[in-house]
Design a protein. Structure first.
Length: 140
DNA sequence: CGAATTTGACCAGCGC
DNA sequence: GCGCTGGTCAAATTCG
C-alpha cells in the first residue's frame, strides 16, 4: 500500500479507511489466488459455488491499473486505482463496508443489462464504482 | 424533512 | 468534421 487512500488523514473515520486499504490490497501484485474468498464480502457468500467461480473460471477477469507500463506522471493522479472483479450475487449493491450512492445508469451495447454508476457517499471517500451485469450470467 | 434514487440531458474522448 | 459511446451532473421524485 502506497498512496491508495484518497485522503490519508487521521480523521475519525480512518477506521474504515484502513479497511479500504485492505480491499485495495489486491490491486497490487499479490492477488489472493490461494484464498480468493478472502476478499469476498460475507454478504456475497450466499451460494456455495461462488468461491469456485473466483478461483476457477472467473480468475482471469482481473485487470490491474493500466498506467503501469507508462512509468511516467501521465495519469497518476487520475487513475489512482482501478480494480475490476466479478462477483456473483443477486444484489448489485455489495456492502464493502461503505455506503454507495447511485448517481447514474447507462445502457451499454456490450450487455443487454444496464450499467450502474455508484459513488462512495462516505465523507472523505471519493471512490467511484461501475457495476454491470454479465450478459452471460445475469447473476454476476 | 432529509437523504437516496431515478431518469434525462449534457459533455468529452475516440473512431471513422 | 461528424457521429457514437461512455461518464457525470442535476432536478424531480420517493422512501425512511
Amino acid at each position: 500500500m502506497t498512496d491508495k487512500n484518497p485522503k490519508p488523514q487521521d480523521s475519525p473515520d480512518s477506521g474504515f479507511i484502513n479497511e479500504l486499504s485492505e480491499y485495495l490490497n489486491f490491486d497490487g501484485d499479490q492477488w489472493p489466488d490461494d484464498d480468493p474468498d478472502s476478499f469476498v464480502p460475507e454478504h456475497v457468500l450466499t451460494q456455495d459455488n461462488q468461491a469456485n467461480e473466483f478461483g476457477a473460471s472467473s480468475g482471469s477477469h482481473f485487470e490491474g491499473a493500466s498506467s503501469r507500463d507508462v512509468g511516467n506522471e501521465r495519469e497518476k493522479k487520475e487513475v489512482i486505482d482501478r480494480v475490476a472483479f466479478k462477483t456473483k450475487s443477486e444484489v448489485e449493491i455489495l456492502d464493502d463496508g461503505f455506503k454507495w450512492r447511485k448517481y447514474g445508469k447507462k445502457m451499454v451495447k456490450n450487455s443487454p443489462n444496464p450499467r450502474n454508476y455508484y459513488k462512495c457517499s462516505v465523507d472523505g471517500c471519493a471512490v467511484k464504482k461501475r457495476v454491470e451485469r454479465d450478459k452471460d450470467d445475469p447473476s454476476s
